[in-house]
Design a protein around this ligand. Structure first.
Ligand code: ADP
Ligand code: TRP
Length: 344
């Protein structure tokens, strides 16, 4: 059982809203990532102080090609800014640029019961499929906890699949605080609304693992080909169809103007159309929806050095914040000597 707190650290006053989230650079962003996560992160940058990072340390558990990882991290940063992440409002950085987080991971590891991690689904799923898992995958939720606690985050927007990890984070923060005093701020998950399950080209959930993705910034001709190949049922042309639950209609709805969405629903209910027509409408809606982002992306790519400057500035700001939290944790658990602060 944890003993009573051994230090006299005063309770921490709750911070104002601080939003934080991370996204793994394990592939180019697809529509599922955008509508299910990124869009909400960008909306939340005006809700308060926001920190967003590219989780390259987490990606190391799956991407084992150094050149590819470097490219994916860079592309993720370019894509996020092109999609509307505003570096003057939100701190955008790369996870591994803040080494304080890995030290904090160790401190949290010492208060983390094995059983807590054994219940986490990423590891459990792999194990149940008889696949070998490494310690990186096993302890992934502890690194994620450090990511969150290092920035005193109060709100963490995530998809359903990550809620369990926020619970682990709260659990570890609570245990550490109980042992050593009020060091960490307990975060709350914020489930992203709207794009809960964006369908892929085969109607299943869009995911890299199912090879059914449509990437946000892929070449328009390649994107068109993919869209024209989206699987559909073999409904005859003249037969009316309920648009609800039809994956082609769902995708169209994400990107079309409301009036066009209503017209399309009407067309489904009336019948007498071929799916080719809908697919062409989707090709156009997608091109229009992301046209500004594509333009911004071209500008960023042409401005050599801009992204690196944004990430360097983000890393400086992020390190300052994570350094403060790490100092607090080091002092509280007895690693810092003679009142000399944290890392001296
Ligand atoms: P993938 O399944 O392609 O590997 P990730 O697991 O890297 O995607 O997803 C990153 C984020 O994007 C997650 O927070 C997840 O909630 C969101 N996301 C991914 N795919 C979808 C989808 N098809 N619908 C809604 N959200 C999604
Ligand atoms: N594990 C998250 C994912 O796969 C990414 C992530 C890493 C994250 N650290 C985080 C998300 C901290 C929120 C907060 O999607």
């Amino acid at each position: 059982m944890p003993s009573e707190p051994t230090t006299e650290t005063p309770p921490r006053s709750p911070a104002a809203t601080r939003v934080l989230s991370g996204i793994q650079p394990t592939g180019r962003f697809h529509w599922g990532n955008y509508f299910g996560a990124i869009r909400q992160y960008i909306e939340l940058q005006s809700a308060g102080d926001a920190y967003y990072f590219i989780a390259d340390l987490h990606a190391l558990t799956t991407v084992r090609d150094p050149a590819r990882l470097r490219g994916l991290v860079h592309d993720a940063a370019v894509d996020l800014v092109a999609l509307g992440l505003d570096p003057s409002r939100a701190t955008l950085f790369v996870q591994s640029d803040v080494p304080e987080v890995t030290e904090l991971t160790w401190l949290l590891m010492t208060v983390c019961p094995m059983g807590l991690l054994e219940r986490c689904h990423a590891y459990k799923d792999k194990k149940s499929r008889g696949l070998p898992a490494d310690a990186g995958l096993f302890t992934y939720p502890v690194l994620m906890s450090a990511d969150i606690l290092a920035y005193d985050a109060t709100v963490v927007p995530v998809g359903e699949d990550q809620v369990q990890h926020i619970e682990v984070c709260r659990d570890l923060a609570g245990t550490f605080n109980h042992l050593y005093g009020e060091v960490f701020t307990l975060p709350k998950p914020r489930l992203v609304e709207g794009g809960a399950r964006v369908p892929g080209t085969d109607g299943q959930k869009m995911s890299k693992s199912y090879e059914n993705t449509i990437e946000v910034f892929e070449d328009l001709a390649a994107q068109k080909k993919k869209i024209m190949r989206i699987t559909t049922d073999s409904r005859p042309m003249e037969q009316p169809k309920d648009p609800e639950g039809d994956h082609l209609f769902d995708l169209f709805s994400l990107m079309a103007a409301e009036a066009d969405r209503l017209k399309m629903a009407e067309l489904y209910r009336r019948g007498g159309f071929g799916y080719g027509e809908i697919k062409k409408a989707l090709v156009e809606a997608a091109a229009d929806f992301f046209a500004d982002a594509r333009r911004r992306r071209d500008e960023i790519v042409a401005d050599a050095g801009r992204i690196e400057a944004i990430l360097a500035d983000g890393a400086t700001r992020a390190r300052r914040q994570a350094g403060d939290v790490l100092d607090r944790a080091r002092v509280a658990c007895g690693l810092a000597r003679g009142g000399q602060g944290g890392r001296g």
